[in-house]
Design a protein around this ligand. Structure first.
Ligand code: AMP
Ligand code: ZN
Length: 117
């Protein structure tokens, strides 16, 4: 069923606390943790606890959870004390997506080029 935990999904395992992560915020519907391979001084991943493969399918299947991810991303940025930051949802392998459980990257703490690579 859409949104149900997937046995082979890394981020579902982090939600289930079967795999450790450095958690920075947890709400009823979201989890935020530090990226294991940070690309900026602040690099936090914000994920919905429900499983959807990418941001668009999350927004279509569970709009409330999608909104909560964005709200949590803003709260994480505030908690990190950064005024400027970037929220990124890589979608599809060609755009660099490697984990197919929707997640927002919250990046800050260095110059962020625009347009991005
Ligand atoms: P993406 O490439 O957009 O799918 O993002 C997946 C992100 O998950 C990458 O930035 C990885 O560094 C990160 N990542 C992979 N495994 C872990 C883990 N166990 N804990 C935290 N972050 C992870
Ligand atoms: Zn998952």
């Amino acid at each position: 069923m859409a949104g149900e935990p997937q046995a082979d999904c890394l981020f579902c395992k982090i939600v289930a606390k079967e795999i450790p992560a450095t958690i920075v915020q947890e709400t009823e519907s979201t989890l935020a943790f530090r990226d294991i391979n940070p690309q900026a001084p602040t690099h936090v991943l914000v994920i919905p606890k429900v499983h959807f493969p990418d941001a668009a399918s999350l927004a279509a299947g569970d709009p409330e959870a999608a909104a909560e991810v964005l709200r949590a991303a803003g709260e994480v940025a505030e908690g990190e004390g950064v005024e400027s930051y970037r929220i990124v949802f890589n979608t599809g392998a060609g755009a660099g997506q490697t984990v197919f459980h929707a997640h927002a990257h919250v990046l800050a703490g260095r110059g962020l080029e625009w347009p991005p690579g």
